[in-house]
Design a binder for this molecule. Structure first.
Ligand code: DX5
Ligand code: ZN
Length: 217
């Protein structure tokens, strides 16, 4: 069963409480929370205080995606803010093995994300340290961009790597997921779909979440 993780980056921040309640009552599985620092990506979003506030109203898993340099400095802070999954970027790390181990030792699930230019095989030696592999299907920084077709091969490669190594890592796809491409992405091997623009710019977000969920059946 595919998991659906609406990205709060596309939510209406003036009505954050209502948006959270809509997701609580929908078929969504996780909240996807994008943290951007204006350095790793050319955009700045929100950080710990907003996530901690959202956590008070949310009743689903918090999937926190850090698009920040030196993420290892803030692991404890995001644990405190309510992260269940904490994902760092491959491209930011000199000592990823240590960072992923620390995330688990803090009691969170460890996520690793790769940008479109990073080959899947770069992670083969640390696959057992990764609970969630987030494959970026756009260049990170902004919602509402177009899905990069090169992602399909990466999903298939990742699936094979995970199966061959006997790991139980979930594959998450982030960026440009729509009602049109969701079933192809799932068929390639994705376990979790992030969707921002597709959910929040639709007339009926809860229904759109339900349709994304159906795409996996
Ligand atoms: C972008 C973020 C995504 C973004 C996806 O860097 O990581 O999570 O919110 O937005 P859509 O689904 O609109 O492409
Ligand atoms: Zn994201």
């Amino acid at each position: 069963m595919t998991l659906i993780a609406p990205s709060m980056l596309s939510a209406n921040f003036l009505q954050l409480g209502q948006e959270i309640e809509m997701i609580n009552n929908s078929e969504a599985d996780w909240f996807h929370l994008d943290v951007m620092d204006g350095q790793f990506v050319p955009n700045i979003s929100y950080g710990m205080p907003i996530i901690a506030t959202m956590k008070k109203a949310a009743r689903k898993t918090f999937d926190v995606h850090l698009m920040i340099v030196e993420p290892e400095r803030y692991l404890q802070d995001f644990k405190k803010a309510g992260a269940d999954y904490l994902t760092v970027h491959y491209e930011t790390g000199f000592h990823l093995h240590r960072t992923l181990t620390s995330i688990r030792n803090l009691g969170m699930k460890a996520g690793l994300s790769i940008n479109p230019h990073t080959p899947v095989n770069m992670i083969q030696d640390i696959i057992h340290e990764i609970d969630l592999l987030l494959i970026m299907s756009i260049n990170p920084g902004f919602g509402g961009q177009q899905f990069l077709p090169l992602t399909y091969n990466k999903i298939r490669e990742a699936k094979q790597l995970i199966q061959e190594s006997g790991a139980s890592t979930l594959i998450e796809i982030d960026g440009g997921v729509t009602l049109d491409n969701a079933s192809d992405i799932i068929r390639a091997g994705a376990d979790v779909l992030v969707a921002g623009n597709t959910v929040f710019s639709s007339a009926n977000p809860a229904e759109t979440i339900s349709k994304l969920k159906q795409a996996g059946k």
